[in-house]
Design a protein around this ligand. Structure first.
Ligand SMILES: [Zn+2]
Length: 332
């Protein structure tokens, strides 16, 4: 049995028909973890859907109302890039509940993984890029509301910039003695990766880090606390150097009570929507790096899966399953 909890529900399946997003990946990751003996049935928790009140901690009432009544405009539905249905709304509410549950359990078990979620392109008032509800933001706001945490850090390693998350947590600076007034933009890039670019901005009670391919969706990238704009074709070694640098830089400036790791599988070299060159082994090292850093500093980690569009869905499943393996190795 694992020393931490995995969160999953069959209700995570996204009813979006034939789509580049492999809606069945969640169930397949769960099955893979069980058939390979990495986890067993007792390691899994079944989440309840988030309540509307939870969703409203992040999202605008008008937007939530449109989702609940099926009154999005054609343009709003197109921007979301997934076909609206009541069942789809249910699936996103359920995954937000899963991220809340994983965040809650990470506080006692040091780590917890939601085999879903990571919908970082959802904004308070609209969805885009396959993302309806920003489940990670909902989980953070709920734990803050319950006084379980005061601060959080998001570490977004999906190949696409976390525009929704950056936007939600921009300008939320609260009284915090931990925050220096300086920006991180003066930090030197790692010698191994001279071509990328790190940008810094101020953070509030949630510090956001995003490592992503610069030449990719979203075109408009609202500033995270730290954005690492990676060049096309960035490989394992450069990527890991940038990640290490961003984590050290972020944790020099900010002391989070919770780290939310958005473990996108789409920096993979065979991804259909990504242009980086990471291998499956490199992605596992990425997971290990995040877990080691968090463990060394005793920061609880909540994990979500976000994107993954490998030509062969089996590769996406392997990358996501490896995140659990990496957690087991580091926290086991
Ligand atoms: Zn992505």
């Amino acid at each position: 049995m694992l020393p931490f909890k995995l969160v999953y529900s069959d209700a995570y399946f996204l009813p979006i028909g034939n789509h580049v997003f492999p809606a069945e990946k969640y169930r397949r990751v769960r099955d893979r973890l069980i058939t390979t003996g990495v986890a067993d049935a007792r390691d899994f928790l079944e989440p309840q859907p988030a309540s509307d009140q939870d969703i409203l901690l992040v999202h605008k009432p008008e937007y939530v109302q449109k989702l609940k009544t099926g009154t999005l405009s054609a343009r709003e539905e197109m921007e979301m890039e997934v076909p609206y249905s009541r069942d789809l709304v249910e699936a996103y509410w359920r995954m937000a509940g899963g991220s809340m549950l994983a965040a809650h359990h990470s506080l006692s078990d040091k780590v917890s993984i939601n085999l879903g979620g990571g919908f970082h392109h959802a904004f308070p008032d609209h969805g885009e890029g396959f993302c309806m509800i920003n489940d990670v933001a909902v989980a953070i706001r709920r734990l803050q509301r319950d006084d379980k945490i005061r601060t959080a850090m998001t570490v977004d390693c999906d190949v696409h910039q976390g525009n929704g998350t950056a936007s939600i947590f921009a300008g939320t600076r609260t009284a915090s003695a931990l925050l220096p007034s300086s920006s991180v933009s003066t930090v030197d890039p790692p010698a191994a990766a001279p071509r990328g670019k790190m940008r810094g901005a101020h953070a509030g009670d949630v510090f956001t880090i995003s490592l992503h391919q610069h030449n990719n969706y979203p075109l408009w990238k609202p500033p995270s606390s730290i954005d690492v704009d990676l060049p096309d074709g960035c490989g394992d070694d450069d990527y890991l150097a940038w990640l290490d640098n961003a984590l050290s830089s972020g944790l020099r400036q900010f002391e989070p009570d919770l780290l939310c790791y958005i473990a996108g599988a789409d920096p993979y070299r065979e991804d259909q929507l990504g242009g980086l060159d990471l291998t499956i082994e490199g992605l596992k090292k990425r997971d290990e790096l995040v877990f080691r850093v968090a463990r060394a500093r005793n920061i609880p980690v909540m994990v979500t899966y976000a994107g993954g569009y490998a030509r062969n869905v089996e590769d996406t499943v392997t990358i996501h399953a490896n995140t659990v393996v990496a957690a087991k190795e580091v926290f086991g």
